[in-house]
Design a protein around this ligand. Structure first.
Ligand code: CTP
Length: 407
């Protein structure tokens, strides 16, 4: 189905909070209206200082709601009805302040009251200064909201209106439109309902002694996005994650581990499963005989660390047998000759599919938001254009669903 077919006739309640990104919300309204979406807007007092209610009213072709007290009139719509008469509530921009008020369950203005009163799904597009986004308070608020089922798009990384650089820019209007379309498409289709999936994500930490460990730079973004995408298609997902800075993806059971051996144990405990996606950057080696006391400089020079091989989770899950998931997907991060190495890796590990990417310095893949991948299956190689990790995850989840639907 095209975006237009999915979106046409849908009703979105757009809550605009007070941030400079509010100007992009005007564009968002235009793009949604073009696709046949009925948009009704609520502005906070601060939002009305960034965009005029008149502009919003002209673009939505509907009343703009700002004041809680004006809704007490019988002829006006109450705040409960306002939120119930929407198929999706979109908060764009979602400022740090509004996220905090949502997390705390406050109802101190119309926007917060509507968000507290609603039982309609909510999608937020955060926008704020990078320091506000990375502040522990905002992170905790966002994580709490996501655990409660609030969906999130962005923020993106890049230059910001405040002349700083980093995550905090609101997602572009078309990205928000796509997320809204994906929400409605997902609502309609749950092709993975009844399927169980295990996803590994993030790095592992392999202890040297009680304070030191061997690790790698994996952010976990891709693995977490895959877990969320499979869950969005109806799968019952267990995410087994090494240490990351990421919030738990919505709709997943999360098992947090540190070492490769713990990751394997958590995966085995999550069996049986129909699908396993191993996106974690598992440390290939750990220190043999880790010290249970902190290693000291004792004048004898640096210690020699002896390494021993870790269990290979992907290869273990791929091993033929009654508990093997029907579809096992691995990742291959390569530098140069990506397809040849990854194809060999698929055979060596015994998995069904390999998602291969180039992590050479300069590609920005490790820790970045974009990914350029090739999907290697028995039937051949499918090379995907560069896209965001969320989009890679959504496409991979669709491919998994297609596999089970026999497409
Ligand atoms: N993997 C795993 N357990 C390990 C090592 C890797 O599950 N102990 C999985 C990863 O999650 C990923 C795939 O195997 O799906 C990557 O293979 P790996 O052997 O780690 O690739 P490289 O380290 O890049 O291997 P090589 O050094 O052989 O290129």
């Amino acid at each position: 189905m095209t975006d237009h077919a999915i979106l046409s006739g849908k009703r979105v309640l757009l809550v605009i909070a007070g941030g400079i990104a509010a100007y992009k919300s005007l564009e968002l309204i235009r793009r949604l209206r073009e696709r046949g979406v009925a948009v009704r807007a609520v502005l906070t007092a601060a939002a009305a200082r960034f965009v005029t209610p008149l502009s919003v009213q002209a673009l939505t072709e509907d009343t703009v709601y700002q004041d809680m007290w004006s809704l007490t009139d019988e002829s006006e719509m109450g705040h409960i009805r306002l939120s119930r008469e929407a198929d999706l509530v979109v908060v764009a921009p979602a400022t740090a302040n509004l996220l905090a008020r949502m997390a705390a369950g406050m109802a101190d203005d119309l926007a917060a009251t509507v968000l507290l009163a609603t039982d309609t799904p909510v999608l937020v597009a955060p926008a704020m200064n990078v320091r506000m986004w990375t502040h522990a308070a905002t992170r905790a608020n966002m994580a709490l909201l996501e655990r409660r089922g609030v969906r999130r798009i962005g923020p993106n990384e890049g230059a910001m209106a405040c002349n700083e650089f980093g995550p905090g820019r609101m997602a572009e209007p078309m990205e928000i439109v796509d997320a809204i379309a994906a929400f409605f498409a997902g609502e309609a289709r749950k092709p993975l309902a009844g399927r169980r999936a295990i996803v590994t994500s993030g790095p592992t930490h392999e202890p040297i002694d009680p304070v030191r460990y061997i690790a790698n730079r994996s952010s976990g973004k891709q693995g977490h996005a895959i877990a969320a995408a499979l869950a969005a298609l109806g799968a019952e997902v267990t995410l087994v994650s090494g240490p990351t800075q990421l919030p738990d993806p919505p709709g997943c059971t999360v098992r947090r581990i540190e070492t490769a051996r713990e990751m394997l144990a958590a995966c085995e405990a999550a069996l049986p499963a129909d699908i396993a996606v191993c996106a974690a950057a598992v440390a290939d080696w750990r220190v043999a005989g880790e010290s249970d006391r902190k290693l000291k400089k004792d004048g004898g020079g640096p210690p020699a660390l002896e390494l021993t091989e870790n269990p290979d989770i992907l290869a273990t899950l791929s091993r033929p047998g009654g508990r093997r998931p029907a579809l096992v997907v691995g990742f291959a991060a390569e530098t140069g000759d990506v397809l040849a190495y990854a194809t060999a890796k698929r055979a060596r590990k015994g998995c069904d599919w390999i998602v291969a990417n180039d992590v050479s310095p300069g590609t920005g893949t490790f820790g970045g938001n974009d990914n350029t991948v090739h999907l290697i299956r028995a039937s051949g190689v499918d090379s995907w254009p560069t896209m965001g990790k969320d989009a890679v995850a959504a496409r991979l989840a669709e491919a998994v669903a297609g596999h089970f639907e026999g497409k």
